[in-house]
Design a protein around this ligand. Structure first.
Ligand code: TNX
Length: 531
């Protein structure tokens, strides 16, 4: 039987280990982020990977086989000359196997949880015993998340690309029993590829990093004043001209439709839904520069490489504008299996309130006609919204209560808590500070359900951490601003509020430092975290 060490005790064990040993041995701090709903760790028993370890998957289920291959890749050659083999289930299961199995939804022990929404596709149960590891879920997504938890219980050095088998470095995980499911269905990150362009390889790496923390949405901010980043076949100058620069005057870039489809597929294989955003009617200088007819005065402005906001707007009274939007939404929607299309809608300073609301309502109809649910930044809450539309709250002083009262769901992205482009403190060399300085603790010590009066937990779809790229020229910069805060927001999205405590999280964050080093992540060594 697994020694039932409850989570509070686990936290005590974790912190005393960290205090006594400067460099804890691998997995001495079995710390999982996000915190599972229920986790019991056995102090003295362990599962040890051997050269004979195989990953057993159901017969004839390619989705699960793919998850098995991911796990094999993540373990790599750390324990043997070859990554563990993935094999279909047969009459007998070899010793020291890792078994992935689809079955009925795991049951969460009563009393273990705070209020949770009835999300079960992401739920899983993980049992680690000396003779076998079993991960069970009702859907492949749950298996994928169970695999992430198991991965985090293996020593950080498995994440290195080049580790060779070495008998002094056993690959093991503590015996454990985890039953887990998320609090919110929307656990997102946003990457602004418009202010600075990021290659598909960059975006894939970001997808891998968010997936490690069980995030399931990547919102791509694909167009802004400084650049248009996705090919639209019916309006080719958008990328040819509008994609040709970025903040600071660099060469910019764009995704062909094939590139975008490749990103969508890559994300889907990691259970991440791509949410495309074309910001409108403001933040549109790149489009206005590419097509004169989108401007009310019929003249195309020059390209823009600065970082001001609010100066551009599509000509909202012209029919060409709506033909343009219809083409753009249609082409992108056709490449996007996810249910959502984000229309931006923020920071429009050149239109009347009436013009703005009429625009949002009309575009909502276009998005709907292409089979997608419209999302917009919180300014859209002033327009008449359909219940299926979604408001992304960002302005710290605005309340999405009006949206919630219309029955519209809310994604919580308060800029003073979740904006990964905010500096950590005065010394941070990249980032902005208009919303706040956000140190590690600030990103964590809040709760979406108590943020606004009139917006109950049932109105909150989840959380999202946006990263605007005015000051991030490359992925190293992005990683520095994202870690550790991205992992913290991921935990807010997944773990029940009643069990979250900064003093305990900071110890788990510290134990992820070696893993981030092994993954080559350029993370911020916050002085609030006992690395
Ligand atoms: C506000 S957040 C913006 C972005 C900027 C960001 C910089 C939002 C909906 N609009 O256009 O990039 O601040 O932090």
């Amino acid at each position: 039987m697994i020694g039932g060490v409850a989570i509070a005790l686990l936290a005590a064990v974790v912190s005393s280990c960290a205090a006594q040993t400067a460099v804890p041995p691998p997995s001495a701090t079995p710390a999982v982020i996000p915190l599972p709903e229920s986790i019991e760790i056995s102090g003295d028993r362990r599962f040890v990977l051997t050269p004979q370890t195989v990953i057993v998957v159901p017969r004839d289920d390619e989705r699960v086989a793919a998850i098995g291959r991911f796990l094999s890749d993540w373990i790599g050659i750390a324990a043997a000359p070859q990554p563990p083999r993935v094999q279909a289930a047969g009459p007998s299961i070899p010793p020291a196997s890792i078994v992935l199995t689809l079955g009925s939804s795991p049951v969460v022990p009563t009393g273990a949880a705070g209020p949770v929404s009835p999300v079960s596709d992401d739920a899983y149960e993980l049992s680690i015993a000396p003779e076998r590891v079993t991960i069970r879920a009702s859907q492949p997504a749950g298996l994928f998340y169970g695999v992430q938890t198991f991965r985090q219980l293996l020593p950080p050095f498995v994440e290195y690309d080049g580790v060779r088998p070495d008998e002094s470095r056993q690959v093991w995980a503590p015996a454990a029993h985890v039953v887990d499911r998320p609090r919110f269905s929307w656990r997102g990150a946003m990457l602004d590829v418009a202010r600075h362009f990021f290659t598909t390889d960059d975006v894939k790496r970001y997808i891998d990093l968010i997936a490690l923390y069980k995030m399931n949405r990547l919102h791509l901010h694909l167009a802004d004043d400084q650049g248009w980043r996705i090919e639209i076949k019916s309006w080719p100058n958008l990328t040819r001209h509008g994609g040709s620069t970025e903040v600071g005057g660099g060469p910019g870039g764009f995704y062909t439709q094939a590139d975008y489809a490749d990103l969508v597929a890559y994300a889907a294989s990691r259970f991440v839904t791509i949410v495309p955003e074309i910001d409108m009617p403001g933040h549109t200088n790149a489009a206005l520069a590419s097509y004169a007819e989108l401007n009310c005065n019929g003249r195309a402005p020059g390209l823009y490489t600065g970082i001001d906001v609010g100066f551009s707007a599509l000509c909202v009274d012209s029919d060409v504008t709506y033909r343009f939007i219809d083409d753009v939404v249609r082409e992108i929607a056709a490449l996007t299996p996810g249910a959502y299309f984000h229309i931006g809608g923020d920071e429009v300073k050149t239109l009347t309130a009436q013009q703005y609301s009429a625009f949002v309502t009309r575009v909502q109809g276009i998005v709907d006609s292409h089979g997608k649910r419209m999302i917009g930044w919180d300014e859209i809450a002033g327009a008449a919204l359909r219940p299926a539309s979604i408001v992304q709250h960002w302005r710290p002083d605005a309340s999405p209560a009006a949206a919630a009262a219309q029955g519209t769901k809310v994604i919580a992205s308060p800029a003073n808590r979740t904006y990964l482009d905010m500096k950590y403190d005065k010394e941070t060399v990249i980032g902005q500070n208009w919303a706040a300085y956000i140190e590690a603790r600030d990103a964590y010590d809040w709760d979406p359900a108590t943020l606004f009066e009139g917006v109950p937990e049932s109105s909150i779809l989840g959380v999202e951490a946006p990263l605007w790229s005015e000051t991030t020229a490359n992925l190293r910069d992005v990683e520095f601003l994202a870690f550790p805060r991205l992992a913290e927001i991921a935990e807010i999205g997944w773990s029940s509020a009643t069990r979250r405590r900064w003093d305990e999280l900071k110890v788990r964050l510290a134990s992820h430092g070696p893993r981030w080093t092994a993954l080559g992540i350029n993370f911020y060594r916050s002085s609030q975290v006992p690395w």
